[in-house]
Design a protein around this ligand. Structure first.
Ligand code: TRP
Length: 328
């Protein structure tokens, strides 16, 4: 069976944009591929060398992915730092990674600009660690956003280089799986653009009913159309996109018709939208609460994931050592 792998940055709670952008695809993929999903806690040290309660953030992310439907019996879900074999491959990759090419990576240049006092070697070799994450399980596909394409190029390049260097065909080149092309784009409700954590406009899966309502009621709208069948300005189009995602088609059609007849009342639309978002989120939220409170279960899932991942990783390291010439 072909292998899919993806890394998850432990940067806070999942929001609806994450859910429809990636998480839902992961849940689908686990039925058709051998999947590895891991929480990239080492990578976070490149920007946060003294993470505050990283164990807690990792657990939260784990609980949320499980609540969304990642099945630890089907997919291998693990924490990167539980599988130290990755570091050995990281070392071998770094021995054949060149300063010039690493310095040319756009995300390195961006980060170097953002944190001029901490341009550390981990930041520079971020693509090597990411390549190690991928190659250690010989993943065929990596679902990533467009922003990761250059890192994927590097992973393929490092795989090719290893093969050339040691005269082998050992590593396959991992292909990118562009989620963004297929995924539903969740808009922000602040007038323009998409939903995101850094945009400050996110509705989180763990948000309670009151919070959802508050966020939706203050969504940007306008004074309404003055001509029948007018095109929708972006903030209004965004409200309708949101209805399309979480509400019944009849609800969408109802408000659309009101809009086209210039009879729309955004207060009513928002009330309905808040209700439908809550209806969508509440079963997930309940599972998040349930799973988060079961520390023993979370530990069990993490341990089992680490075991499966280590098994696969250890096999690769054994072979890589032998290819390079270490050991007996
Ligand atoms: N760099 C990825 C991001 O910022 C996270 C990541 C780390 C990753 N290792 C990976 C993604 C391996 C895919 C495969 O989102």
């Amino acid at each position: 069976m072909e292998i899919v792998l993806s890394g998850i940055r432990p940067t806070g709670n999942l929001h609806l944009g994450n859910y429809f952008g990636a998480v839902q695809s992961f849940v689908q993929l686990q039925h058709d591929y051998k999947c590895f999903f891991f929480i990239a806690d080492w990578h976070s040290l490149t920007t946060h060398p003294k993470p505050e309660n990283i164990r807690r953030s990792v657990k939260t992310i784990l609980a949320e992915y499980l609540a969304c439907g990642i099945d630890p019996e089907k997919a291998t879900i693990y924490v990167q730092s539980d599988v130290p074999e990755v570091l050995e491959l990281y070392l071998y990759i770094n021995m054949n990674a060149y300063l010039g090419e690493l310095q040319r990576v756009t995300s390195f240049k961006d980060k170097a600009r953002q944190q001029p006092d901490n341009i550390n070697a981990g930041l520079l070799t971020y693509p090597s660690l990411m390549a190690a994450d991928i190659l250690i399980h010989k993943a065929n596909y990596v679902p990533v956003g467009k922003d990761q394409e250059q890192n994927m190029e590097m992973a393929r390049r490092f795989a090719r280089r290893f093969n050339m260097m040691y005269g082998t065909e050992y590593f396959i080149e991992p292909a990118s799986f562009h989620l963004s092309e297929k995924a539903v784009k969740v808009p922000g409700l602040d007038g323009s653009g998409k939903m995101g954590k850094s945009e400050g406009n996110a509705i989180y899966l763990a948000d309670d009913e009151q919070t959802i309502k508050k966020k939706v009621m203050k969504a940007v709208s306008d004074s309404g159309p003055t001509e029948p069948d007018s095109p929708k300005p972006e903030p209004i189009a965004n409200l309708f996109s949101m209805l399309e995602i979480v509400s019944a088609k009849s609800t969408y059609d109802y408000f659309n018709e009101k809009y086209n007849r210039c009879e729309i009342r955004y207060g009513d639309l928002k009330k309905q939208l808040a209700e439908d978002i809550n209806k969508f989120c509440s079963p997930i939220r309940e599972r998040i609460i349930e799973i988060s409170s079961d520390e023993a279960y979370l530990n069990r899932v993490a341990r089992a994931g680490a075991e499966k991942a280590s098994e696969s990783a250890a096999a690769t390291i054994r072979e890589v050592r032998s290819i390079i010439g270490f050991g007996a």
